[in-house]
Ligand binder design. Structure first.
Ligand code: 1CP
Length: 345
């Protein structure tokens, strides 16, 4: 391991140690807001791009080069491990993941076989090459959270209300638990592949779990997120747990076992620190839409995030969700510099 890596501001903040400046990276920092991304993706479908190491390396590096962010996020997608075990899933432009044959019964769950490292040699190859190129900059590996993956598989695509998903959760709990159990096994193997190849941190994106109430999270989701975080503890890398609209879930998410909890823009970080409880760093939480406003507004709001973040035991600056495709990359560059300069004062 590169000796400077362990002392990188991002990994120090995740471990709640003192930092020279607040580290910053952005969810969806690679992708559609960057002209250089749109250029290299031309003519290649999303999931084909994810299985092409040269492209994955190039796209992951683009925001690191352009912005000088404190961490890279591996360019892939939460559905890649599902595709790799043979689920007929595609990412449709302008829509998102679409599943040909949604999983709604025991036979469907039976199709979710365990993932072996041999299923994803291109992931090992891309991560290995990236770690070499990144040097002292950490690489964040990731997986989709079990509720979010279950929702795509059960609904067959993006969903507003998660109707079929909740129908199974409440109406066929044995089926639900069997599905979550399989997804947990796949997710553990998928995260391990990335860490074994050299990823420095792992983030679980349970993006849509904010749709469930705390008592239901405890019964239907927490057993699986807890098992995932406990299962990757031995890999020795910081574990980050993120979801959107999780203000009410922060206390129970704080119990799941991550080292860092991601917060969306709805709850200020000082309040989030209280809700999550002691012994955690926080990541977040500027509203991504703030970047669409004039710079003066961005600066004022970013300052408030950094100040609220000082209450937390560790703070990684980020947005409350992904960079919006219409964002001007120059705003992101300016924000990165501002976070570094203002937090070092
Ligand atoms: O052709 C394209 O450019 C498609 C757009 C795109 C991109 C750039 C998709 C389709 N996925 C990705 C990459 C991606 N996905 C990354 C790496 C890039 C980076 O962060 O810099 C990551 C971490 C993800 C993870 C992901 N995929 C999540 C969790 C994060 C989040 O934003 O909440 C989710 C929910 C997905 C599903 C997905 N994949 C793509 C889309 C458009 C969606 C969301 C669809 C929906 O609204 O349900």
């Amino acid at each position: 391991m590169n000796p400077q890596l362990a002392e990188s501001p991002f990994l120090l903040a995740c471990r709640r140690r003192p930092v020279p400046h607040t580290p910053v990276w952005f969810m969806r920092q690679a992708g559609r807001s960057l002209p250089e991304y749109r250029k290299v993706r031309e003519g290649t479908e999303m999931l084909a791009a994810c299985a092409t190491p040269d492209l994955v390396v190039e796209i992951t590096m683009q925001p690191v080069r352009r912005y000088g962010v404190d961490a890279a996020i591996f360019f892939s997608d939460i559905v890649v491990p599902l595709k790799a075990i043979g689920i007929d899933i595609d990412i449709k432009p302008g829509v998102g993941p679409v599943v040909a044959d949604p999983i709604r019964d025991l036979a469907g769950i039976g199709r979710l076989r365990p993932l072996a490292p041999d299923d994803v040699p291109y992931i090992t190859e891309a991560v290995t090459e990236l770690v070499r190129e990144l040097g002292a900059t950490p690489l964040i590996g990731f997986a989709g959270g079990p509720f979010t993956l279950a929702s795509y598989l059960i609904e067959g695509g993006p969903s507003k209300n998660h109707d079929y998903t909740k129908a199974m959760m409440y109406g066929a709990p044995a089926l639900w638990h069997a599905l979550m159990d399989r997804l947990t096994t796949i997710t553990l193997a998928w995260l391990k592949v990335q860490a074994d190849a050299g990823a420095s941190a792992l983030q679980l994106f349970d993006s849509w779990v904010g749709a469930v109430a705390p008592r239901d999270y405890r019964e239907f989701v927490l057993p699986y997120t807890s098992k995932i975080f406990a299962g990757i503890e031995e890999l020795g890398v910081p574990r980050i747990h993120f979801g959107v609209g999780t203000g009410e879930l922060l206390p129970v998410m704080g119990e799941a076992g991550a080292d860092v909890v991601g917060v969306d823009w709805r709850v200020p970080l000082d309040e989030a620190a209280t809700r999550v409880g002691a012994g955690k760093a926080l990541q977040g939480n500027l509203d991504p839409a703030i970047l669409l406003a004039p710079w003066e507004v961005v600066e004022q709001r970013a300052r408030a995030v950094i100040e609220a973040g000082r209450v937390a035991e560790g703070h990684v600056f980020n947005l409350g969700h992904g960079v919006l495709p219409s964002t001007d990359p120059n705003q992101v560059a300016r924000l990165t510099d501002f976070v570094h300069e203002f937090s070092a004062r």
